[in-house]
Write a protein that binds this ligand. Structure first.
Ligand SMILES: [Zn+2]
Length: 308
């Protein structure tokens, strides 16, 4: 069995973003049917429907747990329990790790991360709250290219090395080693009576579409890809003084050197954009940009979207 669900599909800040009055955030507040609100990025995966693994840990995690009964504790299992079996981190970005701190109630949890991401989080004093009792957090170091089992879920996970540096708050810790600061995840599950074999790439931050990455995508059954920005200058056009998309590690969707063009030859039943920034015009259900994405054979995940 392989269950995969998106509980949040927005980039950092969500849709709408708290301090943003751009046309898209304003549309989401005034006409949510035209630009549905989105929580910050969160995916969950399960091999049996009983235990779940979090792919990163969103700042919106508490709300995401409370709106998904599968993630909630059950009284039959005692006063303290959780079906959450562990967390896999793809970077040390605050948008991907803040939710770990929300799960700090002395609850034992495995945390899968590269050595550099582990070092970054352990250097932050907030994370000492995750080590107040001996078995609270169990670090599992993962290495790009080396498969590991997601607990006893039957799902195999392989970190995909990506370019990328540590976030601003931890720049002085960066070693520059390829694939340590930012990874994608390749998730594989064999066929079962309930579902066919799956091979899924989960890459919410793609700084460059290399031949290696394109080859991985081509070998998959489904791919979840960085849909942060439509164009390189989108952020700077909306908010003066902000960087270009590529400068902060996101290939934009449009243009001859954009994601849609570069992955046109990757033919899969499902190519799905996730991690959509509140400046991205594909959020507006009426926009020509959204039509172009759909016509190019892509799906745009919304909160609650799941593989079936
Ligand atoms: Zn906005």
């Amino acid at each position: 069995m392989f269950l995969f669900r998106m509980l949040g599909t927005a980039a950092g800040g969500g849709v709408p973003q708290w301090n943003c009055a751009c046309p898209l955030c304003t549309l989401s507040r005034s006409s949510p049917h035209l630009n549905p609100p989105r929580l910050q990025l969160q995916a969950i995966v399960s091999g049996d429907g009983e235990g779940w693994f979090l792919l990163n840990a969103s700042p919106d995690l508490r709300a995401q747990i409370e709106s998904n009964p599968e993630l909630q504790p059950t009284p039959e299992r005692g006063r303290r329990n959780t079906p959450i079996r562990g967390i896999v981190l793809t970077s040390a970005d605050l948008d991907q790790v803040l939710g770990v701190l929300l799960l700090r109630e002395f609850q034992p949890l495995p945390l899968y991360a590269t050595a550099l991401v582990r070092k970054t989080l352990e250097a932050n004093s907030f994370f000492r709250m995750m080590h107040r009792v001996p078995d609270q957090l169990t670090w599992v170091e993962i290495t790009p290219g080396q498969p590991f089992a997601l607990g006893d879920s039957g799902i195999q996970c392989t970190p995909i090395p990506l370019e990328g540096s540590l976030p601003f708050y931890a720049r002085d810790l960066d070693t520059g080693e390829h694939g340590q600061a930012s990874i994608g995840l390749l998730l594989e599950a064999p066929a079962s009576p309930e579902s066919k074999a799956r091979r899924i790439a989960y890459t919410p931050a793609v700084p460059e579409i290399t031949d290696e990455l394109r080859a991985i995508y081509s070998s998959c059954t489904d791919i979840f890809v960085d849909g942060t920005f439509w164009s390189d200058a989108e952020l700077s056009n909306t908010h003066t003084g902000t960087p270009l998309a590529r400068a902060i590690g996101h290939v934009p969707l449009s243009g001859d050197d954009g994601t849609i063009a570069l992955l046109r030859a990757v033919h899969l039943p499902r190519k799905i954009f996730v991690h959509i920034n509140n400046t991205n015009p594909i959020l507006d259900l009426r926009s020509p940009e959204r039509c172009a994405v759909v016509e190019a054979g892509w799906h745009i995940a919304n909160d609650g979207w799941q593989l079936d």
